[in-house]
Design a protein. Structure first.
Length: 122
């Protein structure tokens, strides 16, 4: 059974599972943006999952899954990035998001050990 630990360090929120898979999301706040992250039961519009105590028990990241979606409107920059977690029977999604006016992006990295799986910004 896996665990995803969540911690804040150096202006980033970090998510690390027991298989040494890692998602880092830069969270230093800037002007003119609306950003954050959540665990969802369904991709993009699901019910948020509680993650009390800085950990999510029973789940690990799926290296093969990554999806993005654009901003809220044609004038909005940023968007959302989703990472799948599974416990073998169920799945949930870590969704990072940032909506801004074009100047204030937040970077993210998805790694498995030293191998970069995804690297980008919203």
């Amino acid at each position: 059974m896996g665990t995803v630990k969540i911690f804040e360090e150096g202006g980033a929120t970090n998510f690390v599972d027991t298989e040494n898979r890692f998602v880092g999301f830069r969270t230093t706040e800037q002007c003119c943006e609306d950003f954050g992250w959540s665990f969802l039961k369904c991709l993009w519009d699901g019910e948020a999952i509680d993650h009390e105590g800085g950990a999510l028990e029973g789940f690990t990241f799926d290296e093969a899954f990554f999806q993005t979606t654009g901003g809220r409107s044609e004038w909005d920059e940023g968007g959302k990035a989703a990472f799948r977690l599974t416990n073998g029977a169920d799945e949930i999604f870590l969704v990072l998001e940032n909506h801004h006016n074009g100047y204030y992006s937040h970077g993210f990295t998805f790694r498995s050990g030293e191998k970069i799986l995804q690297d980008g910004s919203l």
